[in-house]
Design a protein around this ligand. Structure first.
Ligand SMILES: Cc1cc2nc3c(=O)[nH]c(=O)nc-3n(C[C@H](O)[C@H](O)[C@H](O)COP(=O)(O)O)c2cc1C
Length: 383
């Protein structure tokens, strides 16, 4: 359901090149122009093709509830065509990052309303990212319970819990009955997100968390219908997606995948095959979009094959700037580009892209601190 298809964009680029060749070119064309065209994703009209990537910032405090500071931060960034929220825990069992927010209690729903209002008042759109951390949680977040995963394989690293730096523990493999309960948690979190005023939800199936743990064979050694073949490893993603689109609507649902991200010990024996199959499987749902996080400059990229396999709106992320993002849209590699770190440091990133302004540089020391410093105090352009 793209309002402007990949062919239209390519045709537009061809027309521009032709116009330039015959001397009728627009001399003021900015490098970011291809990113500034509106697009409809599912039921949602976006003002431009510049998305804010999901960014965990840890500002919700121990209550796990979105607050006024977070509303200010997201409101500042409402110029994005689409904001994807930071990862938001779908259940107490799925929680595992200091200061990250949830969407599973009534007070969580109330807390998020200030954020969705702040974004909507400025004409923006915001999807909530549905997050279950799986084995990347820790008993300190779970009242002493063992984190859950497809298989009992620990991440060989340390994490920060409310009690300090600790090694990850060996998770417990989910039973089939528990898998069904977890799928229902995704559906309930989706209903909660709708009640909180979000425009849609993004299923976080990337970056080493529960759904990704099922997809990749380094973390999934199951021998039941959720493990083994690619089809089986994709079953949990398909079940979650089906439950989420039934809870709300396919046109309000996106999915995020990351074929290569090695974060938290993640491996797969054949990322090209696995993730092309994932993209193809998602065609079944007529979603608002597929969002792929893959570093732009790596060898053996899988995103181009996923783009080919996937029939609907495709958002790409990973190391883009204005020029490379616009070039990717013009070339038909994606319909929109998501920016992560640039949005941390530039609340008015779209305005800066529009005029080719210098960008603020993000300070990684304040990515996960708890205050306004390094969060809401990056300056916008004057005037
Ligand atoms: C501070 C920080 C927090 C992040 N949190 C999330 C998250 O909650 N969910 C997610 O899917 N990706 C998360 N990511 C990954 C980003 O969405 C994005 O994929 C990454 O920054 C690469 O894009 P960029 O080169 O434009 O920054 C995070 C990245 C950073 C730097």
């Amino acid at each position: 359901m793209r309002s402007i298809s990949r062919r239209d964009v390519t045709k537009g680029a061809a027309a521009t090149m032709l116009a330039l060749a015959i001397g009728r070119g627009n001399a003021t064309e900015q490098p970011a122009d291809a990113l500034l065209a509106p697009i409809k994703i599912g039921d949602v009209e976006l003002r431009n093709r510049i998305a804010m990537a999901p960014l965990t910032r840890g500002r919700a405090g121990a209550s796990r509830t979105a607050n006024a500071l977070m509303a200010q931060y997201y409101g500042q960034r409402a110029g994005a065509g689409l904001i994807v929220s930071e990862g938001v825990a779908i259940s107490a069992t799925g929680y595992g990052w200091n200061g990250s927010p949830g969407i599973y209690l009534p007070e969580h729903i109330e807390g998020w309303k200030a954020t969705t209002n702040a974004v909507h008042q400025r004409g923006g759109k915001i999807f909530l990212q549905l997050w279950h951390m799986g084995r990347v949680s820790h008993p300190d977040f779970l009242d002493g319970a063992t984190p859950v995963a497809p298989s009992a394989i620990a991440v060989n690293d340390t994490t920060y819990t409310p009690q300090g730096k600790k090694p990850y523990v060996t998770p417990r493999a989910l039973t089939e009955a528990e898998i069904a309960t977890t799928v229902r948690d995704y559906a309930q979190a989706t209903l909660n997100a709708r009640e909180a005023g979000f425009d849609g939800v993004e299923i976080h199936a990337a970056n080493s968390y529960l759904i990704d743990e099922f997809i990749r064979d380094g973390s999934n050694k199951r021998t039941d219908r959720y493990g083994g073949s690619i089809e089986n490893r994709l079953r949990f993603l398909r079940e979650v997606t089906e439950a989420v689109v039934k809870a709300w609507s396919p046109s309000r649902t996106g999915v995020r995948l990351s074929p290569w991200n090695p974060y938290n010990d993640m491996t797969d024996s054949d990322p090209a095959k696995t993730f092309t199959a994932a993209a193809r499987a998602l065609n079944e749902f007529d979603l608002a979009y597929l969002h792929v996080h893959e570093t732009r400059t790596i060898a053996n990229r899988v995103a181009p094959a996923m783009r080919e396999a996937y029939r609907n709106t495709f958002i790409l992320n990973g190391g883009f700037d204005a020029a490379t993002g616009a070039a990717a849209v013009k070339a038909g590699e994606a319909d929109a580009i998501a920016y992560g770190r640039l949005f941390i440091a530039n609340p008015d990133l779209v305005a800066r892209f529009r005029v080719g302004a210098t960008l603020n540089v993000p300070d990684s020391k304040t990515f996960y601190t708890s205050e306004a410093k390094g969060y809401t105090d990056y300056p916008a352009l004057a005037g």
